[in-house]
Design a protein around this ligand. Structure first.
Ligand SMILES: [Zn+2]
Length: 320
């Protein structure tokens, strides 16, 4: 479902809510979120302009001791938002398709959201739903490529300074199973021990081959995979042989370059504090880019995500 479909299909909050109801209660049985009771009555109320984002369709639990009123969005990220559901849906469709990411500023202007703060908070909540837990990912097998880079304002040449044990929080490692998903994560340093920890957490012992560049930390970091680790040398050049086991890191680099271009183009300055959320966003989008149901999927994740309190992310919105 693309942006135009979303805009047409979910033009009103009522349309959005019907969809969310089907998502939350797929067999049509509405359950009270407080007591679990299925004796529920429907309340339809008139929505006027000044009731803003109040749901037109409400349910009431008939259990005497409960009497809870609720809607399909109760207990979800969408519930306490003043933003109309239609705009939430549009925001999701935009963000999930924005290859190079979308800043709060861009989202604010595309959706005509009044305050930057609202748009910024919205972006962060979508990012949180895109944060895929490691347990949802099997360890990588087949041919795996691994690469690392620095992000943020500082320009640090990796060789010398890193070798002296500089610890920088803005080091990003990417690991990609060729033809499969990518994972981005922050590393404490580019020293072998830190790269080793990451490699072993994400790469299966059954891997066929791991390809990295000739950065000096890799042989020690990947000692566990000895015999399967191959290094390329960019400065010497290499050629594409065309078989699936060829030695290159092109596919991890292409995932990485979208992330870097996104950070430079759409976000400008990413506060290191929020870097992990941006990594989650880019990783998610890259891995879902060919999934035709990516809009429905992110919507489902939003419904299941824990509400993220504004004060939990706080600091200065202007930095992100
Ligand atoms: Zn109840």
């Amino acid at each position: 479902m693309n942006l135009i479909d979303v805009n047409e299909k979910f033009a009103t909050d009522e349309q959005c809510l019907v969809y969310l109801e089907q998502m939350r209660w797929p067999d049509g049985i509405v359950l009270c979120p407080v007591c679990g009771c299925d004796r529920i009555s429907r309340i339809t109320r008139k929505v006027t302009k000044d009731t803003d984002n109040k749901r037109a369709q409400l349910y009431q639990c008939l259990e005497k001791t409960c009497k809870q009123q609720f809607s399909a969005t109760s207990g979800t990220i969408f519930n306490d938002s003043h933003l109309p559901l239609h705009k939430w849906f549009m925001a999701l469709a935009l963000v999930v398709d924005a290859k190079k990411g979308m800043s709060a500023k861009q989202l604010q202007s595309h959706l005509g959201i009044g305050s930057y703060r609202t748009a910024w908070y919205l972006c962060h909540r979508i990012r949180k739903a895109m944060d895929v837990d490691q347990s949802e990912f099997p360890k990588m097998t087949g041919v795996v490529e691994m690469d690392e880079t620095y992000v943020g304002g500082k320009t640090i040449r990796r060789g010398k300074q890193a070798g002296r044990g500089t610890r920088n929080k803005d080091i990003v490692v990417a690991i990609r199973q060729r033809g499969g998903p990518v994972r981005f994560m922050q590393a404490d340093s580019v020293r072998a021990e830190d790269l080793k920890m990451i490699a072993e957490a994400y790469i299966s012992d059954d891997v066929e081959m791991i390809v990295t560049d000739d950065f000096k930390s890799y042989p020690l970091a990947l000692k566990r995979f000895e015999g399967k680790h191959h290094r390329i040398n960019h400065s010497l050049g290499y050629y594409v042989r065309g078989d699936e086991n060829e030695i290159h890191t092109n596919t991890v680099e292409s995932a990485f370059s979208l992330f870097k271009r996104g950070l430079n183009g759409s976000y400008h300055i990413v506060s290191i504090k929020h870097l992990h959320r941006y990594l989650a966003e880019f990783e998610y989008r890259f891995n879902e880019r060919k999934n035709a149901d990516r809009f429905q999927k992110i919507l489902g994740r939003m419904m299941q995500a824990e509400p993220l309190e504004y004060k939990a992310i706080t600091a200065s919105p202007e930095q992100a």
